[in-house]
Design a protein around this ligand. Structure first.
Ligand code: ATP
Length: 246
């Protein structure tokens, strides 16, 4: 794995994305640094999911740059962006319920091993099991038998097997009980502290996201309306009331 630093900095500049007549992102700039959790917050329809989908190449932006370690990936095919080290965990999870936990995880190796050559797959798998013990216990069970929190661990674990420099997480708290949200967010924080990767965390659950984030960007109607240290955002009562819902 690359050694942190600029290689893993995600610098999104002036990104604009349209769906026909709808401008979902209007000149959005977000900087996400290695070893940090950067939260992207805002209400329904603010453009958060579109931001992640544009960064990972699932939708094409019409303007702006997506710099990873200085290399502009804007407009590149999704596969190229994934191979450059950007792993996207979409909202709604995407577990393949008929496969076992381990088979789901192994799917994540496909990109990583191609990118890294002879990466030690078993060591990487063991480290994911170390990070998420419930997955190790259930490795031979079909994913259908997992709880919501375990499924979230599974999709994050699968993304990690591609050895990403940047992890894009779309609403990992969705549908989970508060206790499970706290557990998943704690695991995300530990991961970033240990591996020094770059995490862009999209959340409607602003309070929980800011509790583990270093910095945050608030979107409204496709524009950044505030950005600051996570603590400063959480302390801003006006902002909380207007955009963050707590
Ligand atoms: N496929 C699409 N076609 C047309 N408009 C879309 C499409 N996807 C999103 N939009 C519109 O783009 C805007 C931004 O949506 P987006 O899903 O990115 O917001 P969000 O902040 O992620 O909200 P949510 O939390 O509800 O997913 C909204 O006005 C939405 O209706």
């Amino acid at each position: 794995m690359a050694d942190g630093g600029r290689d893993r900095e995600l610098d999104i500049r002036g990104l604009t994305t349209r769906y026909g007549p709808v401008t979902a992102l209007d000149g959005v700039s977000v900087l996400a640094r290695p070893g940090e959790v950067t939260a992207v917050l805002g209400a329904n329809g603010a453009g958060k999911t579109t931001l992640l989908r544009t960064v990972s190449g699932l939708v094409k932006g019409s303007d702006g740059a997506v710099l990873l370690g200085g290399r502009d990936l804007a407009g590149a095919p999704a596969e190229t962006i994934a191979r450059a080290g950007v792993a996207h965990v979409p909202e709604g999870r995407g577990v393949i319920t008929e496969l076992t936990v381990e088979e789901n995880l192994r799917l994540g190796e496909l990109l990583g091993s191609a990118r890294r050559g002879k990466a030690d797959k078993n060591e990487r798998l063991a480290s994911v099991y170390g990070m998420f013990p419930p997955l190790a216990q259930r490795r031979r069970q079909v994913a259908n038998s997992l709880s919501g929190g375990e499924r979230q661990m599974l999709v994050i674990g699968r993304a990690l097997l591609s050895e990403p420099e940047v992890l894009l997480l779309d609403e990992p708290s969705l549908g989970l009980a508060p206790r499970v949200v706290a557990q998943i967010f704690g695991l995300i924080r530990d991961l970033v502290d240990r591996e020094r990767i770059t995490v862009l965390l999209v959340e409607q659950n602003a309070r929980s996201a800011l509790s583990i984030a270093d910095t945050g960007f608030v979107l409204n109607l496709g524009r950044v309306v505030a950005s600051d240290d996570a603590e400063a955002l959480a302390a801003d009562a006006e902002l909380r009331h207007a955009y963050l819902g707590f």
